[in-house]
Design a protein around this ligand. Sequence first.
Ligand code: PLP
Length: 400
Amino acid sequence: MKKFDPASNIQDLLQFGEFGDVNPSITDSATYTFMEAKTMVDTFQGEQEGCFLYSRHWNPSNKYLADALAAMEGTQSAWVTASGMGAITTAILQLCDTGDHIVSSITTYGGTFAFLSNYLKKFNIDVSFVDITRTDQVEKAIRKNTKLIYTESVTNPLLQVSDLPALSGIAQKHNVKLLVDNTFTPMIISPAQFGADIVLYSLTKFVNGKNDCVAGAVCAGKSFIDSLADVNTGSAMLLGPILDPLRSSGIHKNLHTLHIRMQQHSRNAMYLADKFAGTGLRVIYPGLPDHPQHSLMKELMHPGFGFGGMIAIDLETSEKASLLMESMQKAGVGYLAVSLGYFKTLFSNSGKSTSSEVPDDVQKEMGLSEGLIRFSVGLDHNIERTWEIIHDCIKKLKII
Ligand code: PLP
């Protein structure tokens, strides 16, 4: 069997513009003309493929990017959105009705956690949060009205690895959908190849890699993506979280270097994780043999892209975490900033920032220490030099 190869799948697409431009032309239009009135009617009814109606529905620039993402994930289709949250909320709202139930990893990005635990109350949609590494807990939590299981391939910020084949088995057995946010591990893990029904992205992060815009994507089967665009019932069409074509074209170009960037992010993260571990600090990185899901990660990942660019270290108190982050920023290691997947290293104290939506008691329950610093390791050319600077900061602050 031919091996699934996300980078070559993108490379093999020939997507040139209408004037032969090697980068597809950018659509600078909100609406599109039809030569015949009937074609417009058919397009409204979803019966006319390949025609563009209105940019909130579909537009050529977004279609180029969506096709490339679908190729990367090996899904029939994809949809791009104005943010990662736009992708997550659109997909969930399309699947769930009032009174439904969701089983979700307790560890997810804070915005996702807040949407699931607070916002969905408006629709009387109940969510059971479970330890996603305990697949027995996942199965036990399923009810008659469960519509979906939600997780992240590698969770934010604890970097737990989801057992996608096992979760997909449970989802199929109970006839529910498996939704997987793959923001931390594009190229490295292809969730749909392990049975995920819907793969979600914040493109803001590694996929774009430039931190110059927010964007998201839903990759799934054709019928689900078509349902998002339905003019009567589609959550994407009706809520309108549409990506701007100019941004879309920028992300599309950056997608073509993703495979190289992921290798360097992973190489640098592995180096720093090893060095941090050598100091005796508690380090979380799926590439370290003592990570609880290290072997699972090796089974899930495509060879050649490493274990990802995200690491976490635990300084036990938020005061110590703040001191080290401020000191690293002053010394030029990178920025004290949220977000990830940038060419420079970014670090933040998760409990007080990107997971601050998660109440303190829940943070404790999931094992999120208040001193946890999450690093998105950059594309540094000389990571040995970066480590020397970090090590100096640690020594000066007498953290170890
Ligand atoms: N998913 C994950 C794993 C994230 O880390 C984030 C943001 O940090 C999101 C989704 C939300 O993405 P966006 O900020 O593009 O809406």
